[in-house]
Ligand binder design. Sequence first.
Ligand SMILES: NC(=O)c1ccc[n+]([C@@H]2O[C@H](COP(=O)([O-])OP(=O)(O)OC[C@H]3O[C@@H](n4cnc5c(N)ncnc54)[C@H](OP(=O)(O)O)[C@@H]3O)[C@@H](O)[C@H]2O)c1
Length: 240
Amino acid sequence: MQRILITGSNRGIGLELVRRYLRREDTLIFATCRNPQAAAPLQALAAQHPHRLLILRLEVTDAGQIVEAVTAVRIKVDGLDLLINNAGTYAGRVGDADPQVTQFGALEVGPMLDMLRVNTVAPLMMAQAFADLLRRGHNPRLVNVSSDAGSLTMWDGGAYTYPASKTALNMFTRCLAHDLRADGITVISLHPGFIQTDMGGPRATLTLDEAIPGVIRVIDNLAPGDSGQFLNWDGSRVPW
Ligand SMILES: NC(=O)c1ccc[n+]([C@@H]2O[C@H](COP(=O)([O-])OP(=O)(O)OC[C@H]3O[C@@H](n4cnc5c(N)ncnc54)[C@H](OP(=O)(O)O)[C@@H]3O)[C@@H](O)[C@H]2O)c1
């Protein structure tokens, strides 16, 4: 049984990952979201797979809720094989986001820090909180869903806070890969593709159906030697 936890799983990439991992009979999925009551598609999946899908409430910036999530997972399993830090925010959609985080001249400290809390600090706190369960997992993997917008090589300006939040997340991936290598935990940053979700918007180049099988293939094929890498949804490396 592969034991998987996915954050931000009520819509977009997270929900599609849940759907596709559920198609495998040997998976037990902890799907977290901020508001389980309002997560209708996730609830429908849980009704179909009551023994393999557990929905947990988790606002990823809330330290108390992270502790509650760890406790809830520990009641069910003694180890975790895959943690996908997927929850993230663009404060709007690509090309139409809050100027307070995207536009030089309109930037505001509060909204910028809010974004960094979600996209950068929360995945690290999740890693810290779930490290013991991952240590007890089989071929344990920690995937930080990053973005090629966080690539210093590829990004040529604009948007400010979101790309910076992913660049910093990538550094946390490197730090975590270093610290967790001795425990056998493979840690990567993953660019899932530019996908048509609420965040990516209709002009994104890929559908969920096109990109997510690739994302899952990359995760399936991870080996300890990949730890600390920044990988693309098609398996290629993203330049830092
Ligand atoms: N779509 C793309 O083209 C693209 C490209 C590169 C990287 N990514 C990354 O992929 C990940 C998923 O993106 P997406 O396209 O699926 O975005 P999305 O459709 O906007 O979904 C974002 C998910 O994150 C959750 N979330 C946001 N803030 C949260 C918080 N504070 N606590 C818990 N959950 C929170 C949302 O929950 P609520 O419903 O409660 O808001 C939602 O489930 C993000 O990390 C994003 O940066 C996306």
